[in-house]
Design a protein around this ligand. Structure first.
Ligand code: COA
Length: 154
């Protein structure tokens, strides 16, 4: 899988992926966003230092993943999420691949702690993170679970 940074020029493709009928409802906002809103969001996200990535397999877009809330103090940490696989490409291991490749990149960038926040009823997302080695910390609340990458798992 090849990871390619998302730019504001990708707003159309990103919003199509993000607004999918079996995609938008798994985000905490549970909302669809217009292309302009997505473009503004991408620009804001990049300026905050987020790393939003598309994943390509054989030059075909299969999904996206993000590293965000990146903090360098007191230690290096980030959240990993906004994982989305193109709806007709699901169940082929691409979700796991996106999470694994983004986690590797995070490690290469020196990020020590990686956290994912997942709705309790999002079984496919939970399973994808668990398969890569993430563990439920049991510290979640209000139907949202917290998963952490164990140290040196990748
Ligand atoms: C979550 C998502 C990224 C998973 O991507 P995917 O490519 O379909 O998942 P994979 O094929 O890599 O499968 C991951 C694991 O989940 C399991 N799985 C896949 N779909 C499942 C489902 N509907 N129910 C339960 N388990 C499921 C797979 O068997 C696999 O487990 P295994 O390693 O034990 O075999 C994808 O479903 C998606 O884009 N969902 C909408 C957006 C979303 O929920 N994002 C996460 C927000 S936290």
């Amino acid at each position: 899988m090849r990871l390619v940074p998302v730019t504001s020029g990708d707003a159309e493709v990103y919003s199509e992926l993000r607004n999918g009928e079996n995609t938008y409802k798994w985000f905490f906002s549970e909302k669809k966003y217009s292309q302009n809103e997505v473009m503004a969001w991408i620009e804001g996200s990049i300026s905050k230092g987020d790393i939003n990535l598309f994943g390509y397999v054989d030059d075909r877009l299969v999904g996206a993943v993000s590293l965000y809330n990146i903090l360098h103090n007191p230690y290096w940490q980030a959240d990993i999420g906004r994982v989305m696989v193109v709806e007709d490409q699901r169940g082929r291991g691409y979700g796991k691949m996106l999470i694994r490749e983004a986690s590797k990149l995070a490690r290469e960038k020196g990020l020590e702690t990686l956290a994912a926040y997942i709705k309790e009823n999002n079984l496919s997302s939970r399973r994808a993170f668990e398969s890569v080695g993430y563990k439920d910390t049991l510290n979640g609340s209000n139907g949202v679970l917290e998963y952490l990458a164990p140290p040196n798992f990748i």
